[in-house]
Write a protein that binds this ligand. Structure first.
Ligand SMILES: [Zn+2]
Length: 246
């Protein structure tokens, strides 16, 4: 089997297709989180549901205003004065930024892969590496960011390479944990292309580790998910891992 390595996730359209099997993910490096559970969780959910039902359009503007108000509260409770010049527009800016950071909730894989999958007899591994990823840790709402490397062995179906980066974007622009994000990317590719195998490796720095607690400046967390031939055949997996390190 030969391999093709594509370092740039732009342009081009290449091949791909199906895999079965469980997935494997491991984490190097430690990452401790505090879980905060709202005791009113269920009540709040019902309230939200009722709101959405009574007006299918709980408009975007209303949502933005609510988030803005929440940020004003946060500023006050932190001991700041939301009325001072520098902070006057901060709540609305922060609200818009947060909506942008979580815009992946509004997008689906179907939207972006529509018309982007091609029939192609390409039987070499396709690798797109160094895809930038920015996400928010769902435990602290602070960023984690790094690189994602994707490989798949097509089984008659391929997808435009830029779409792989778009898949990363859809799942990373949500509240996440790195392990789940890695799996979701692999699963989406698996379902869409049904390749012989798919491999996803992500390395990221978590601001919740870097900025708080022990402040491990250079710690990185590495996660991986392997499906199909990448999981079953050590040689193929090793080839993939070697290629993304180059
Ligand atoms: Zn965190």
């Amino acid at each position: 089997m030969s391999l093709s390595v594509v370092p740039d996730p732009s342009e081009l359209s290449l091949p791909c297709q199906k895999i079965s099997s469980a997935m494997n993910s491991h984490v190097n490096g430690e990452h401790k989180h505090h879980f905060i559970t709202s005791y009113n969780g269920d009540v709040d959910k019902k309230k939200n549901l009722a709101q959405h039902q009574c007006n299918g359009d709980h408009h975007e503007k209303d949502k933005l205003a609510s988030i803005e108000t929440a940020y004003t509260t946060i500023l006050k409770e932190l001991g700041e004065n939301p009325e001072r010049d520098g902070l006057l527009k901060t709540p609305i800016r922060a609200a818009k930024a947060m909506q942008y950071f979580t815009k992946g909730y509004q997008e689906t894989i179907h939207d972006i892969l529509n018309n982007a999958i091609f029939d192609e007899n390409h039987d070499e591994i396709v690798i797109v590496k160094d895809i930038d990823v920015f996400s928010l840790c769902e435990h602290h709402l602070v960023p984690f960011f790094g690189k994602v490397h994707i490989g798949y062995l097509p089984n008659k179906k391929v997808v435009g390479l830029s779409k792989l980066a778009r898949i990363v974007e859809i799942f990373s622009r949500r509240l996440q944990v790195q392990e789940r994000l890695t799996k979701q990317i692999a699963l989406a590719i698996n379902e869409a292309l049904q390749p012989m195998g798919v491999a996803v490796v992500m390395e990221a720095s978590h601001m919740c580790m870097v900025m708080r607690g022990v402040q491990k400046m250079n710690s990185r967390t590495v996660t991986s998910t392997m499906h199909g031939i990448f999981r079953e055949d050590p040689k193929t997996r090793e080839e993939f891992l070697a290629l993304i390190k180059q």
